[in-house]
Design a protein around this ligand. Structure first.
Ligand code: G3P
Ligand code: CA
Length: 275
């Protein structure tokens, strides 16, 4: 039930929290629960500017299980939460600095923190900033599991940060770059790792997933059916489908056996998962 985590917080506050709950469970334990997870894609990104603190807070209001974000490294090697390789689409970088195709990797954290990451979406979100990875995860983890997608940046920086902040067992790391995931595994034997992919997984893909101990795959929804889902399950992975905003498509995937729906619109998709 979608209100489960919020309810547990209320019970804890009232001194009634005598069950092992979402606060003390590791990421692996939470992922392995036998129910379909609701996963907010870039936060509640239909209603709010993607990958911003308002989007993450809105997702919490929909009682999601996981909140996905994308991060990249700045010029000075600091992880910031943004999807695209350039700042153009989701910030006012072009209006402010001129030019085009302004790469995240070409600017420092200080520069990027000056930008507005809300105005492109709606003027109500003026003065919303590009979050740091630390800022985003600190908010997300209050009421959900952080699903951290690496777009750029090395494995050591991420794993060192997770270790020094005590988060190695409490987040999920995912990427399309499976070499990066294997590097994470070498550095962190217990890290919960999700592998992103599309089209049909080959036998070789399945072997690779096993080699770095992927606990989940995030797979393009249109490439999934019951047989392919079963194949991942037999290989040891939970299956999360991206990106699903249409309720009928979500229902079909649930019937086919997926373990999670990644959506921009958790308020619409969430109630389908409560049955
Ligand atoms: O979580 C899956 C999804 O986020 C992958 O695609 O391009 O939105 O990062 P993208
Ligand atoms: Ca993503």
């Amino acid at each position: 039930m979608r209100g489960r985590v919020g309810l547990l917080f209320l019970l804890l506050a009232a001194g009634c929290g005598d069950r092992k709950d979402a606060v003390t469970q590791t990421a692996l334990e939470r992922i392995r629960e036998n129910r379909v997870m609701l996963i907010a894609h870039r936060g509640a990104s239909k209603a709010m500017p993607e990958n911003t603190l308002p989007a993450f807070q809105e997702a919490q209001a929909a009682f999601v299980d996981l909140i996905e974000l994308d991060y990249r490294h700045t010029k000075d090697g600091r992880p910031v939460v943004i999807h695209d390789e350039t700042l153009d689409r989701t910030t006012d970088a072009v209006a402010r600095w001129g030019g085009a195709d302004i790469r995240v990797a070409s600017r420092t954290l200080d520069d990027i923190r000056q930008l507005d990451a809300g105005l492109w979406f709606d003027k109500r979100f003026r003065n919303t900033r590009v979050p740091t990875l630390e800022g985003a995860v600190s908010i997300i983890e209050l009421e959900a599991l952080a699903l951290i997608e690496r777009k750029s940046g090395d494995a050591k920086t991420l794993v060192d940060w997770l270790r020094t902040t005590g988060r190695l067992n409490s987040v999920v790391v995912q990427a399309f770059d499976w070499t990066f995931l294997a590097q994470c595994r070498a550095l962190a034997p217990d890290l919960a790792i999700g592998a992103l992919g599309r089209e049909a997984a080959t036998d070789d893909d399945l072997r690779t997933l096993r080699s770095f101990g992927a606990v989940a795959v995030g797979w393009r929804a249109k490439d999934l059916d019951a047989a392919r889902i079963k194949r991942f399950h037999a290989n040891g992975q939970k299956v999360w489908a991206y990106t699903v905003n249409d309720p009928e498509a979500a229902k079909k995937l649930i019937t086919a056996g997926v373990d999670g729906i990644i959506t921009d619109d958790p308020f619409t998709i969430g109630p389908l998962l409560d049955d």
